[in-house]
Design a binder for this molecule. Structure first.
Ligand SMILES: Nc1ncnc2c1ncn2[C@@H]1O[C@H](COP(=O)(O)OP(=O)(O)OP(=O)(O)O)[C@@H](O)[C@H]1O
Ligand SMILES: [Mg+2]
Length: 216
């Protein structure tokens, strides 16, 4: 059975496609991976993949799209032979977001460098609570555009703990131009020269594998 990782956030621009593409691109080096873009017609992950194919870096990665929860459920079932399926979610509470929560073995919720994203995450909590009635939900925040050792990071971290009570990944993704560059070039940050970003991408993959109990 494939391990399914959902990337959801109500707030647009929080970093869902950045987390999804980096994770899928790196996981595809470990096993057969499908990146399903559930944010159509915008389709950032699908566009990233098209550029990736053009640059000859496709590797063991396949992409697909899903525009409704029924379509997503069917497609996830069809990819039963994959090792990993990464779902890039839409920026709203929709049936698709609910379906992602229920289908995923692990849900990642990118939270960027503003209180707005913490408030938006609060809106997801009710959805997570409802999904917990159906099955055990493994959800983690991922700090993106993170600036360690700043007062803002400290304040946001306190606000998140107080307001959300959701665990965060130990891995944080810093505020780096490399993430923007990688998205436009169909690459993962680990495929570019920025050592700090490489470390973050590898740490993300290792932590996700550990949470999914994938053997090293
Ligand atoms: N850690 C980061 N450092 C710098 N820029 C980042 C970082 N994460 C994301 N970005 C940039 O912020 C923008 C939004 O990120 P992304 O597309 O991943 O978010 P999203 O949640 O998928 O947004 P959308 O609602 O548009 O689908 C992109 O231009 C991306 O390159
Ligand atoms: Mg996106």
């Amino acid at each position: 059975m494939p391990k399914v990782i959902g990337v959801i956030q109500v707030k647009g621009g929080a970093g869902r496609s950045t987390v999804s593409t980096n994770l899928a691109g790196e996981l595809s080096k470990l096993g057969k991976t499908i990146l399903i873009d559930c944010d159509m017609p915008q389709g950032t992950s699908a566009s990233w993949y098209a550029v990736r194919v053009q640059s000859g870096k496709k590797g063991g990665l396949t992409t697909d799209t899903a525009s409704s929860h029924q379509e997503l459920v069917t497609k996830v079932q069809e990819y039963s032979k994959a090792d990993y399926i990464v779902l890039d979610g839409p920026p709203r509470i929709a049936e698709l977001t609910r379906a992602i929560l229920v289908l995923a073995d692990l849900c990642l919720i990118p939270v960027g460098a503003s209180a707005a994203e913490i408030w938006a995450t609060n809106d997801l909590l009710a959805l997570i609570t409802a999904a917990k009635q159906v099955k055990a939900i493994n959800a983690r925040m991922v700090w993106t555009r993170y600036r360690p050792n700043t007062k803002l990071a400290q304040e946001l971290s306190e606000l998140a703990t107080k307001e959300l009570g959701l665990a965060a990944l130990t891995t944080t993704l810093g505020m780096r131009v490399t993430y923007m560059q990688a998205l436009g070039e169909g690459l993962t940050v680990a495929e570019l020269a920025d050592q700090s970003a490489k470390v973050e991408a590898r740490s993300l993959v290792e932590e996700v594998k550990k949470l999914l109990k994938v053997k090293p």
